[in-house]
Design a protein around this ligand. Structure first.
Ligand code: 5GP
Ligand code: MG
Ligand code: MG
Length: 185
């Protein structure tokens, strides 16, 4: 049988594979184990809130490895990369009632911190039992707001990355690995 699951080659706009699919898979495994152990004694189902669109693959993989009862929800925000005003706009809200529930925000990448700062403050007004955060990638060189992250997949340098949910103008989102882009003109 012909191998239909070949790893897609790098296109000319991509400089290198930063994190390959196996490495991502192993790290998501570790995160799932840690999260499952931390919420093992929780009294109600954990609410996972994926931040669209970038986290959709991460949340799908992570959720399927969890060993604790959970529900999946999503939120969509608009934030403009490079806009340091901190403006974040809510495009689509969650549907689950968070009151007295444990909430875990699932985000693709922590950059300036504006998105997660906004989300944590917003969710805390909804009287949840707890709000924690899991990010696949962290770019510490770009933090502007101090945000406390509970689970971090990988720390990366200040480069534009795509794949595994992350895009460049909607391109490259479904690559199975995380690649570094050449700086765009
Ligand atoms: P924030 O600056 O609020 O921490 O992050 C805002 C958003 O910018 C992230 O959720 C992500 O969607 C986007 N972002 C930041 N760095 C990158 C990157 O290297 N690649 C991609 N695809 N998106 C990024
Ligand atoms: Mg995001
Ligand atoms: Mg994007």
């Amino acid at each position: 049988m012909k191998d239909s699951l070949a790893i897609p080659a790098l296109t000319e706009d991509l400089a290198r594979v930063l994190i390959d699919a196996d490495t991502i898979n192993r790290r998501v495994d570790e995160l799932a184990r840690q999260i499952s152990s931390d919420y093992a004694d929780a009294e109600s189902d954990l609410i996972l809130v994926g931040v669209l669109k970038g986290s959709f693959i991460f949340i799908a993989d992570l959720a399927r490895k969890l060993n604790v009862k959970h529900v999946v929800d999503f939120i969509a925000l608009s934030s403009y990369h490079g806009d340091h005003s901190g403006n974040v706009r809510l495009l689509m809200d969650t549907r689950e009632n968070m009151e007295d529930k444990d909430v875990l925000i699932i985000e693709d990448i922590l950059d300036s911190g504006n998105t997660l700062d906004y989300l944590i403050r917003n969710f805390k007004t909804r009287n949840p039992k707890s709000v924690k955060t899991a990010v696949l990638l962290d770019k510490p060189d770009r933090h502007i707001l101090p945000v406390e992250i509970d689970y971090i997949g990988f720390t990366i340098p200040d480069v534009w990355v795509v794949g595994y949910g992350l895009d460049y103008n909607e391109k490259h989102r479904t690559l199975p690995y995380i690649a570094e882009m050449y700086p765009q003109a």
